[in-house]
Design a protein around this ligand. Sequence first.
Ligand SMILES: CC(C)(COP(=O)(O)OP(=O)(O)OC[C@H]1O[C@@H](n2cnc3c(N)ncnc32)[C@H](O)[C@@H]1OP(=O)(O)O)[C@@H](O)C(=O)NCCC(=O)NCCS
Length: 155
Amino acid sequence: MQVQLLDFTTLDAQLLMMVLEWRNHSDIRRWMLHSDEISMENHMQFVKSLNNRVDKRYFLVQREDSYIGVIDFTDITKSTAEIGIYANPELRGVGEDLMRTVIKYGFSTLSVKTLIASVFADNERAKHLYEKFDFIETNQTDYNGRKMITMELKK
Ligand SMILES: CC(C)(COP(=O)(O)OP(=O)(O)OC[C@H]1O[C@@H](n2cnc3c(N)ncnc32)[C@H](O)[C@@H]1OP(=O)(O)O)[C@@H](O)C(=O)NCCC(=O)NCCS
């Protein structure tokens, strides 16, 4: 698998628009913590704000000539990072390549010891993917009345 990681802060207007469309797609939005539709203005402000952040990194993942999804790292510390993942809504079966990319970047580039994912309990596709990569449930919480599971992978 050959993938390229394109940092959000380097994307041109066309790619930023594509990412915004994915982010606002109903299949993705419903599984995000902030599920309101995002305006172009907010999206641009958010991307700009990433320039000043050392604790957050967002990447568009390119595999050969297609853009397969987005991976992100937030709350990055010396030992841990929260991860996020979503696939290009027009593609299926790219989750494994996205997850391999998350794990490699997290453990090799960020050099953290633990990757943490928060997933809604009814998000079967995401849970299945995390479990396939040996993430283990460590906690359950309530998020605005929805059950949220914390899953972790240790190096
Ligand atoms: C999570 C995500 C990245 C997975 O991508 P993907 O691997 O391309 O997704 P697929 O639809 O191919 O499904 C992956 C696996 O889940 C399985 N699956 C699909 N629907 C399922 C369901 N309802 N219950 C259990 N497993 C399911 C598939 O059979 C497949 O398993 P396999 O690889 O063992 O055959 C993608 O679904 C996505 O972007 N979802 C929206 C955003 C999101 O939920 N992100 C995670 C937030 S925590």
